[in-house]
Ligand binder design. Sequence first.
Ligand SMILES: Cc1cc2nc3c(=O)[nH]c(=O)nc-3n(C[C@H](O)[C@H](O)[C@H](O)COP(=O)(O)OP(=O)(O)OC[C@H]3O[C@@H](n4cnc5c(N)ncnc54)[C@H](O)[C@@H]3O)c2cc1C
Length: 394
Amino acid sequence: MTKPIALIAGGGIAGTVAALALHRAGWAPRVFEARAPGAEEQGAWLTVAVNGLAALRALDLDPAAVTAAGFPTPRLTMVNGAGRELAVLPLGGPAADGTTTTTIKRSDLFAALRAAAVERGIPIEYGKPLSDFTEQPGAVAVTFADGSTAEGELLVGADGIRSRTRERLDPDGPAPKYLGLLNAGGFTDGPVAAAAGQAPGMVHMAFGRRAFFGWTTAPDGSVWWFANPPRKQPVRPGEFTAESWRAHLVELFAGDATPAAAIIRATPEVLGPWNTDDLRRVPVWRTRRAVLIGDAAHAVAPSSGQGASMAFEDAVTLGRCLDPGADPADGLARYEQRRRRRVERIVAAGRRNGSGKTAGPVGAAIRDAMFPLVMKLAYRKGDPQAWILEHRIS
Ligand SMILES: Cc1cc2nc3c(=O)[nH]c(=O)nc-3n(C[C@H](O)[C@H](O)[C@H](O)COP(=O)(O)OP(=O)(O)OC[C@H]3O[C@@H](n4cnc5c(N)ncnc54)[C@H](O)[C@@H]3O)c2cc1C
């Protein structure tokens, strides 16, 4: 019997894992990625939580193999701009199967997932931005920006926070909004004296006096970092040069008793700036034959550390819900029913975390005084994040 075709717009985290999940369920997936091959090498690093990694087991993928280029980071420490420790918190794992929240370069994660797809014979076509789609009874037809077309039985919109699939699915739906925070990141070539001697496996986060900073030391001694400078207006392309951006960041952190400024100075290439955007609740996730997953459906704030994991969980759940021999409409309804409540709770939790990064001097003083107590109370009966981190797809 010919397998039904699943057209997947977006070859990022959600799209590639959806291709693997649908392939396993008996579909013939085809992935269409807007960027040219190799463009995924851009970008910084991310921390993939234990719940997301555990979802990969449902696809017969070993989480440790997928993240072999990364390193375990099961703990997080928070400090203030004066370098005073406010709390040490668990980030997840090791679970009973050994899976631990892991930090990995975005490019390495993409490469591992795409290699798994290619190994299973799943075609990935590059330079193919979806521009439109139409549904007929029994089929969906997609048009790409270059005028070419493709047909299948299902369309999965995994095309990220600025999803064109979402725009076409519901033109009145929400558009991303700037959150008042910029993003920067990078990697040092080797150890930085100011960050030396810090425990391995620890992610450090600092509420600096003027901006938020995070860093962790990789097994080779290099320091991986990100920064979130607050800014009222989104940054425009070309507004900073590489050197003016570095100088701006160093100046923001110069007054803090943390290693931030030294780490930035020691970084050969400072990445960014990127704007941080948020997406209000997306009311329409699906039609009879088209569905949104990952950031296209629910952009989780970067501070939640759950965006990639939600993409994994979505993709695996989609594969579980879609029987290739049945009407996709029923499977898509099941998918939404299983995913919407959980992701919306996580989006809301991530938004609350992010708002603390932009506190003024008075807010910061209150936060620094209250944070240890609030965390102590929150964790007194166990990990309040357990509902996120210990979730497993049944
Ligand atoms: C600064 C920053 C830090 C983050 N840190 C973390 C973290 O530590 N942990 C974590 O879990 N998450 C983190 N996230 C979130 C995480 O990166 C996303 O949630 C995750 O990448 C979502 O995966 P996705 O596949 O849905 O979208 P994306 O990764 O954005 O992939 C979408 C893909 O679709 C392609 N595309 C776009 N338009 C089209 C089109 N029209 N047609 C075809 N293809 C298209 C894009 O080129 C891209 O490859 C962070 C995000 C940011 C911005």
